[in-house]
Design a binder for this molecule. Structure first.
Ligand code: EPZ
Length: 422
């Protein structure tokens, strides 16, 4: 299995282009199932998760054609040939559970595998299923699969989510656009990914109000048509590369970055003494000579601090001046990077949903590995600031969510290379 070798090399300087957002792109791809017409997506990130979902969509009868060297795709679901999303794919990519809403919305029937376990938490799908039941679907769980049926079609309903779920909001939204009548989704996710999905659905003919607020109202229509949609910049990739110069020193321009996508992170970086500014092409992040100050962080749904940047922020806090407390409120098991950072000399005490980090002067390179995407990238960031060599194994996690990671960091002077397994 390949690994990434990072050799701490001091301050970074240069620019990094930000790719299209993985988590937006995956949901837009699922939405292609809602229409017989082609849906064209541009600014598509070239990631293994996108390939995995393409395979699933093809198994349902959706044709997927790649253009522009994989940076654009045309999805044509003229005919849905299968309504079954199999376990072999859904277990690899939880986002594939989001074919459920489009399939039942368009076909009145869907059989989708339950995603199964996940390294960062239980990640139940009860909210998705409760919402569909309220819309008139009959749901049965058999042999690890969700069997959903609405032979007379779905009908609009009032959905009050007990807490914010990005996936459940998006699945419900996709189911509601072709339902009869009005659906009101309360306590809806306000993530930019969800707003982008709503905008794409609107361009396909859906009637949606309130995306980006806690209440989304959908008036069902009879059918949707095709459109062309550009995937927004990946705010988590952006945030990750904003933390790179903060941890290693120096200054980096993030091309295509927008502060509105990462407001909570930008505020925390500024509180820690890092400069964040706008440029004509994106954002710039600069660490001056002063030490980074410890800041406390609690994850929360958007516009709060994203759970997907908690691991990277922890890496930064490992060499900050003082003690910080990081609170994870979204997933119950998302501190798996802590023991690996400790192997690099960090001082971290995890207690329940909190991690107390006491900054040390310098991290030390070590062989490390992680069990999820964001944890893996936090170890790369830590390696940038460490003395000596850090070898991060299980690189396939990184390939799920970061396109050309080594190249992008090398472009700013970092010593990062992929070591192929013998
Ligand atoms: C999305 O996951 C993202 N994935 C995650 O990104 C991200 O961490 C997460 O939102 C939170 O921002 C994609 O968009 C593909 P949730 P999702 O439903 O939709 C619980 C990454 O690194 N819950 O908002 O699965 C759940 O267990 C990934 O790119 C239920 O209990 O997240 C969690 O504790 C990882 N029942 C909380 O809600 C449900 O039915 C929020 O999860 C649904 C969720």
């Amino acid at each position: 299995m390949d690994s990434i070798l990072v050799t701490g090399n001091g301050a970074l300087s240069g620019e990094i282009p930000i790719a299209g957002a993985k988590n937006t792109c995956l949901k837009l791809m699922c939405a292609a199932l809602l229409t017989e017409d082609p849906l064209t997506l541009t600014n598509v990130p070239r990631l293994s998760d996108v390939t995995t979902l393409s395979t699933l969509l093809e198994s349902l009868g959706c044709e997927v054609a790649l253009l522009q060297n994989g940076h654009a795709m045309v999805l044509s679901a003229a005919e849905i040939k299968s309504r079954v999303a199999h376990y072999d794919i859904v277990r690899k990519l939880r986002a594939s559970f989001n074919v459920l809403g489009p399939l039942i919305g368009r076909c009145g029937e869907a059989v989708v595998s339950l995603p199964g376990g996940c390294a960062i938490g239980a990640r139940k799908v009860d909210l998705h299923l409760d919402a569909l039941e309220k819309m008139g679907a009959e749901i049965e769980l058999k042999e690890g699969y969700v069997h959903a049926a609405a032979p007379r079609g779905l009908r609009g309903a009032r959905i009050d989510f007990p807490f914010v779920s990005v996936g459940a909001t998006e699945n419900t939204l996709c189911a509601a656009v072709l339902a009869k009548g009005t659906t009101v989704i309360r306590n809806a996710a306000r993530e930019p990914d969800t707003v982008a999905l709503a905008e794409c659905l609107q361009a396909m003919g859906a009637q949606i109000d309130g995306a980006g607020t806690g209440e989304i109202v959908v008036d069902g229509v009879d059918q949707l048509h095709g459109t062309t949609h550009r995937v927004i910049a990946d705010r988590i990739e952006l945030g990750t590369y904003m933390i790179a110069p903060a941890i290693a020193g120096g200054s980096v321009e993030l091309i295509g970055g927008e502060r509105r996508l990462v407001g909570a992170l930008a505020d925390k970086l500024e509180e820690a003494g890092i400069e964040v500014g706008d440029t004509s092409r994106g954002l710039t992040v600069r660490r001056g000579n002063a030490p980074v100050k410890a800041v406390d962080v609690a994850t929360a749904p958007f516009p709060g601090f994203p759970t997907d940047l908690q691991a990277q922020m922890m890496a930064l806090m490992c060499t900050a001046e003082g003690t910080s407390v990081l609170e994870e409120t979204i997933f119950e098991n998302r501190f798996m990077h802590a023991p690996e950072l400790i192997r690099m000399g960090a001082e971290i005490d995890v207690h329940g949903g909190h991690a107390t980090v006491t900054g040390v002067e310098r991290l030390k390179g070590a062989p490390v590995m992680a069990t999820d995407l964001r944890a893996s990238v936090s170890l790369i960031l830590a390696g940038l600031a460490a003395e000596g060599e850090t070898v991060v194994s299980r690189v396939y996690h990184l390939d799920r969510g970061y396109e050309r990671l080594e190249e992008k960091l090398r472009g700013c002077g970092a010593l990062v290379e992929r070591v192929e397994a013998a």
